[in-house]
Design a protein around this ligand. Structure first.
Ligand SMILES: C[S@@+](CC[C@H](N)C(=O)[O-])C[C@H]1O[C@@H](n2cnc3c(N)ncnc32)[C@H](O)[C@@H]1O
Length: 489
C-alpha cells in the first residue's frame, strides 16, 4: 500500500467554490496506459472515478467503490481517494474556471483525459495540503499515462495554478457580490447559478440564508440510520453502533463514522441507512389520524425502498398492509429486499395507472405516499457530481411526471384518506407548483392538512405551513418537501 504520509492532505477547512457548468465528454473508455506507472493508487482510483463520471455518466459513489475494490484499496488510501474524488467533483465549476485561466483556453478545448487529470491536480493544489511539488509531479505523471502528448502542457498549467493562492484565484475570477450576487456565490460556494436562484426563491429571496445552505451543501453529510420500529430502538441502536440518537426523528441514529455496511443491525434488518428528513416525511403520512379503515397503505414510488422499509415496519405494528409500486424492475427488486419479512407487496408497474387499474381501482387506499422522482437538489451533499449534471431542462419532464403521479395518488385514496406528496428537492416548481397543479387537475376534492402538526413537536423553523420544507442548514437533513392532502369527496 502506498504511504501518503508525506503528501497526505489535511483539510484546510475551506469549502469548495463553484463555477459555470457540467461538461459531458465523448472520449472512449481510456484508462491509464500501461508502461510508466501512473501516479499512485489513490490518485489513480480518483482519476478513474472522475473520468467514469464524465465519460459514462456514472454515479461517483457506485463507481468509486467498484474501483477501490478492483484496486484492493482500503483504509487511508481509500479515504484519500474518496476525498479527492468527491472534492474534485463538488468543486468542478470553479476548478474549471481556474484551469481554463491557467491554460489560456476553455476547458472544453482540453483533451478530456488531460482535463480530468488537471481538475484532480488543481483540487490537490487548492483544497488540500498536499505539497505543491507532489501535486504537480503526480499530476504530470498521470497525464503522461492518460494523454502522453499533453504532459508538458499539464506541467505548465499546474505550475501556473500553484503560483496563486486559492483566495486570490477567487478574487480574480468571481464577479463582485454587489454587481452579481448569484455569480459571486456560485464561484465562492461552488453551485451552478440556476440552482442558487432556485434555492434563493424557496428561501424567500434571502441570499444570506441561501449562502448558509450552500456552505452546508459542501459538507460531507453524517450517515443517518433508521431504527426500524418493532425491530430496534434508536437509543439502544445508538449505543450498539457508537452513534447518537437523532435530533428529531424518533427512529434516527447519527453514525460517528465508519461504514454502515459493516453493521450487524443492517445485516439483520433491524435498521437501514436513511436520511433523517426521509424518515420524518414517511412517518408523517402515518401520524395523521383518519376515520374509518386504516389498513391499506400505498407507496407509489417505492424504489429503492427506504421509506417502504419504514412504512412496512410501522404497518407490521399497526396491522396494516403496504402496496409498494415501482416502475423500474431492478429497483422493485431492491424494495423486495428492503422490506423482507414485512407486510409489503411489491408491484413492478407504472404508478400513473393506479386508481384506473382493475386490481388497484379508485378509492382503494387509506394512506398514499408519493415520493416523486425529482431533480434531487435537496440532497446535493450526498451526490457530489449531481449539481453539475442536473440541468434546468430536466424540469419539464419531471414536473409532468410528478403531477401525473399525484393525480393517480388522489384517485387511489378513499374519501377521508391521506396523500403525502414528497420530494427531495426544494425547487418551487417541483414542490408548491406541482402540488397545486396536480390537486387542481385531479378533479378530486382535497384539503391541505397542516404538515407541521405531523412532525415531532418542537421542530424548529417549519415556516407558516401547511406544507413543510426541511433544510440541511436548518435541520441537518436533506431538503425534503412535504405536503399532506386529505381527500374530502
Ligand atoms: C425519489 S425515488 C423514491 C425513493 C423511495 N421512496 C425511497 O425512499 O427509497 C422515486 C422512484 O420513483 C420511481 N418512478 C419513476 N417513475 C415512476 C412511475 N411512473 N411509477 C412508479 N414509480 C416511478 C423511480 O424509479 C424511483 O425509484
Amino acid at each position: 500500500m502506498t504511504d501518503h504520509k508525506a503528501d497526505r492532505p489535511r483539510h484546510t477547512g475551506r469549502r469548495a467554490p463553484g463555477g459555470p457548468g457540467y461538461l459531458r465528454d465523448d472520449r472512449s473508455g481510456r484508462a491509464p496506459r500501461a508502461g510508466r506507472p501512473p501516479s499512485d493508487p489513490a490518485r489513480q482510483a480518483a482519476y478513474e472515478a472522475i473520468a467514469a463520471v464524465h465519460r459514462d455518466d456514472a454515479y461517483a459513489n457506485i463507481v468509486l467503490s467498484d474501483i477501490l475494490r478492483g484496486l484492493g484499496l482500503s483504509g487511508r488510501d481509500a479515504a484519500f481517494a474518496t476525498e479527492l474524488t468527491y472534492g474534485t467533483l463538488r468543486a468542478l465549476g470553479t476548478l474549471d474556471l481556474i484551469v481554463a485561466d491557467a491554460a489560456g483556453r476553455d476547458v472544453a478545448r482540453i483533451d478530456p483525459p488531460a482535463r480530468d487529470a488537471l481538475r484532480l491536480g488543481a483540487y490537490q493544489l487548492l483544497h488540500t495540503r498536499v505539497p505543491a511539488h507532489a501535486a504537480v509531479n503526480q499530476t504530470v505523471d498521470l497525464v503522461r499515462s492518460v494523454a502522453p502528448g499533453a504532459a508538458g502542457f499539464a506541467n505548465a498549467v499546474m505550475r501556473t495554478i500553484s503560483e496563486t493562492p486559492f483566495d486570490e484565484w477567487l478574487t480574480r475570477l468571481a464577479p463582485a457580490y454587489d454587481e452579481d450576487p448569484v455569480g459571486n456565490l456560485s464561484v465562492l460556494h461552488n453551485h451552478p447559478q440556476w440552482i442558487i436562484r432556485a434555492f434563493a426563491e424557496a428561501l424567500g429571496g434571502d441570499l444570506d440564508d441561501t449562502a448558509r445552505l450552500l456552505i452546508e451543501d459542501n459538507q460531507a453529510p453524517i450517515v443517518h440510520l433508521c431504527a426500524r420500529p418493532g425491530r430496534a430502538e434508536a437509543v439502544e441502536l445508538a449505543d450498539e453502533v457508537d452513534g447518537q440518537p437523532g435530533a428529531f426523528s424518533p427512529y434516527s441514529v447519527y453514525l460517528n463514522g465508519g461504514s454502515p455496511r459493516e453493521l450487524s443491525a443492517i445485516h439483520q434488518g433491524r435498521a437501514h441507512v436513511q436520511d433523517e428528513g426521509s424518515q420524518l416525511v414517511a412517518a408523517a403520512l402515518v401520524a395523521a389520524p383518519i376515520e374509518g379503515t386504516d389498513n391499506r397503505w400505498l407507496d407509489l414510488c417505492a424504489g429503492p425502498g427506504g421509506k417502504a422499509g419504514l412504512l412496512g415496519s410501522i404497518a407490521a405494528l399497526r396491522g396494516a398492509e403496504v402496496t409498494a409500486v415501482e416502475v423500474a424492475e431492478h429497483r422493485a427488486r431492491l424494495v423486495e429486499h428492503a422490506t423482507e419479512g414485512m407486510p409489503v407487496t411489491v408491484l413492478p408497474m407504472d404508478g400513473r395507472s393506479v386508481g384506473r387499474d382493475p386490481d388497484l381501482p379508485e378509492e382503494s387506499f387509506d394512506r398514499v405516499l408519493v415520493d416523486a422522482p425529482c431533480t434531487g437538489l435537496g440532497s446535493l451533499r450526498r451526490r457530489p457530481e449531481a449539481r453539475w449534471r442536473r440541468q434546468p431542462s430536466d424540469l419539464p419532464a419531471l414536473t409532468k411526471l410528478q403531477r401525473e403521479l399525484l393525480v393517480a395518488a388522489l384517485r387511489a385514496v378513499r374519501p377521508g384518506g391521506l396523500v403525502a406528496y414528497v420530494t427531495c428537492s426544494p425547487h418551487l416548481v417541483e414542490t408548491q407548483v406541482t402540488v397545486t397543479e396536480g390537486a387542481r387537475r385531479s378533479g378530486v376534492e382535497a384539503d391541505f392538512v397542516d404538515a407541521r402538526t405531523l412532525l415531532p413537536p418542537g421542530m424548529p423553523k417549519l415556516g407558516p405551513g401547511p406544507t413543510v420544507q426541511l433544510w440541511p442548514h436548518r435541520h441537518g437533513t436533506d431538503a425534503m418537501f412535504l405536503a399532506v392532502l386529505r381527500r374530502t369527496a
